[in-house]
Unconditional design. Structure first.
Length: 236
């Protein structure tokens, strides 16, 4: 059974529940576990470890309609490639998908997709590639609202550029809007993100939320799921 959010998010929900209902911490944890379909928190934790990303093909099974996913890594670790592979997997399910990118040209992107999947059809009606300089949350929602299906995938390349134009809303406001949009429209939104270069000076073997580069304020707990990449490994 897939969790609706990572363990650390569920723990935050339990703390909020403890305060709002004036119950014990263990009661709050067990209540959250029951909402996730488990009889107790200890069982939830035991079963949560069952999910193992043995291959990139497993990742779609990690995702649910309504998810807001962060894929984060340092440059050259393959985060964009991973997001494109998710798009290609979604296409094979005949589900509408979208890529909004500031980083690639149409020629470069179609070349990469063709290498990743020799059967990729450049003019597939199930994939929209958007290279506009106007990309922001409002632009994305307007561009996708008439074509979404349940489980549609929207990839944004990348997070830190959404508010590079001063006329765009603050990053926090944009991500809040996209989170609500994913929930309301039952789609999956993926934001590719940079990890700060200071991570390279740490002794950690894997990055985490604290390592995400944020030139502008953003509450990263808005992302209910996150994947981190380092040295060809993917970490949940």
């Amino acid at each position: 059974m897939k969790l609706s959010a990572p363990i650390y998010i569920l723990k935050q929900k339990a703390r909020d529940l403890k305060r709002s209902r004036s119950i014990s911490h263990s009661e709050a944890l067990n209540s959250i576990a029951r909402d996730e379909g488990y009889s107790s928190w200890s069982l939830l934790q035991a079963k949560a470890g069952d999910f193992d990303l043995k291959s990139k093909e497993d990742i779609l099974e990690f995702l649910n309609p309504g998810d807001l996913l962060l894929i984060a890594a340092r440059p050259g670790q393959g985060k964009t490639k991973l997001a494109l592979q998710l798009l290609l997997q979604t296409l094979k399910r005949k589900t509408q998908s979208f890529l909004f990118t500031f980083e690639y040209t149409h020629r470069d992107l179609t070349s990469i997709l063709s290498v990743l999947d020799p059967d990729y059809e450049q003019n597939s009606s199930f994939l929209t590639l958007d290279f506009s300089d106007e990309i922001c949350s409002d632009y994305i929602m307007e561009a996708t609202k008439n074509s979404l299906q349940k489980g549609s995938l929207i990839v944004i390349d990348y997070l830190q550029l959404l508010d590079q134009q001063r006329r765009n809303p603050p990053l926090q406001q944009q991500i809040e809007g996209l989170k609500q949009y994913a929930r309301d429209r039952k789609c999956i939104i993926v934001c590719i993100s940079q990890i700060d270069r200071t991570f390279d000076q740490t002794e950690s073997f894997r990055p985490g939320l604290d390592d995400v580069r944020l030139p502008n304020p953003l509450d990263l707990s808005l992302f209910n799921k996150a994947l981190f990449m380092q040295d060809e490994q993917i970490y949940v």
